[in-house]
Design a binder for this molecule. Structure first.
Ligand code: IPM
Ligand code: MG
Length: 366
């Protein structure tokens, strides 16, 4: 039996709490799912590591984890350290270092949950947002000059390359084709940004031409927010830039009931290097250490990781267990209107695993 080698990086805030809950759930899953096994290895990188060592991870950090099958990540961010140090020193260093250019964020209103939309609209949410994850507005290119003077300047340059656009467009088209509706919405802002966004439109259009069975429509990002709220059922797969998808995916998570359940994969689709799986909530310092963080985002994330590892049956079984717990409504954390703590939600999902068989899925192909 070969076991999946997983690098576990809890990171900061509630990250370690939810990721350890996720490891428990995965171990329980391995106990009931024939042939499934994991080899977890912990890395204590993050802001505390920074306070001890002056870096967010060791200099050879990427080398230490590049041989793993996947990275299971909590969150990063610390109230006493600048965000650009913590993020660029760990999470973005891994995303960029491993060229995880596809950030994939599924959203569904899980059974039993009520989001802010009217129920008949909320039920229509079944989306996957594909976020360009290596360039665009978050490329990290730019500079500061004339510090402290009235003429001080700060610039972030949005970088769009033909290669970068083409590969994410291809990924999004393939993903959309693998879903029943074969429907892709491309988000742009080429009416206002007339260089990079125009190249984006042109290159995406070329890639779309290679996918004859795909239905494609185009939205300006501002109008897209209204469509997500007013006509959620008209959307399936969404392709957007780094910045646009960052914003749209928070909106999606809120419409899906809570930021506490959103999940993400940072993928290197070429599979040359490990992909990284993380819940989308941040470190949440207001509730850190209280044991009340919602672990469902970390569990849904684990289901995405199982799909990626080529374990679709286990991925479905975990998703069904999560949905059983949300549907019963007995063990929900405070962000979902319940009173259960992290350990109780975890125990409920583990209990549901033994009963769960495969009728749902994370919504993504492996
Ligand atoms: C997210 C987060 C991060 C991002 C922040 C913390 C840099 O908002 O995963 O969406 O934008 O990548
Ligand atoms: Mg974000």
């Amino acid at each position: 039996m070969s076991s999946h080698k997983i690098a576990v990086i809890g990171g900061d805030g509630i990250g370690p709490e939810v990721v350890e809950a996720g490891v428990k759930v995965l171990e329980a899953l391995a106990a009931v799912e024939p042939g499934l096994a994991f080899d977890f290895r912990r890395f204590d990188w993050g802001s505390d590591y920074y306070r001890r060592n002056g870096r967010m991870m060791p200099q050879d950090g990427l080398t230490q984890i590049e041989g793993f099958d996947a990275i299971y990540f909590g969150s990063v961010g610390d109230p006493n350290l600048p965000d650009d140090i913590t993020l660029w020193g760990l999470r973005l260093a891994i995303c960029q270092g491993f060229d995880q250019y596809a950030n994939v964020r599924p959203t569904r209103l899980l059974p039993g949950l009520t989001g802010p939309l009217r129920p008949e609209l909320g039920k229509q949410i079944d989306w996957v947002i594909v976020r360009e994850n290596s360039e665009g507005e978050y490329a990290g290119v730019g500079g500061r000059a004339h510090r402290g003077l009235p003429i001080e300047v700060g610039m972030d340059v949005a970088v769009f390359t033909r290669t970068g656009i083409e590969r994410i467009a291809r990924f999004a088209c393939d993903l959309a084709m693998s879903r029943p509706r074969k429907l892709l919405t491309v988000v742009t802002k080429s009416n206002a940004q007339r260089h990079g966004m125009v190249l984006w439109d042109e290159v995406v259009r070329e890639v779309v031409r290679d996918h004859p069975g795909l239905t494609v429509d185009w939205m300006l990002v501002d109008a897209m927010t209204q469509r997500m709220v007013n006509k959620p059922g008209s959307i399936d797969t969404v392709l957007a830039t780094n910045l646009h998808a960052d914003i749209l995916s928070d909106l999606a998570a809120a419409l899906g009931g809570s930021l506490g359940i959103g999940s993400t994969s940072n993928m290197d689709p070429s599979r040359n290097r490990p992909s990284m799986f993380e819940p989308i909530h941040g470190s949440a310092f207001d509730i850190t250490g209280k044991g009340v963080a919602n672990p469902l985002g970390a569990f849904w994330t684990a289901s995405l990781m199982l799909d990626h590892l080529g374990e679709p049956a286990a991925a479905r079984r975990l998703m069904v267990a999560i949905e059983t717990v949300t549907d019963r409504g007995e063990y929900l954390s405070p962000d979902l209107g319940g009173v259960a703590n992290t350990a109780e939600v975890t125990a409920a999902v583990i209990a549901a695993l033994s009963g769960a068989n495969s009728t749902s899925s994370s919504g993504l192909p492996g």
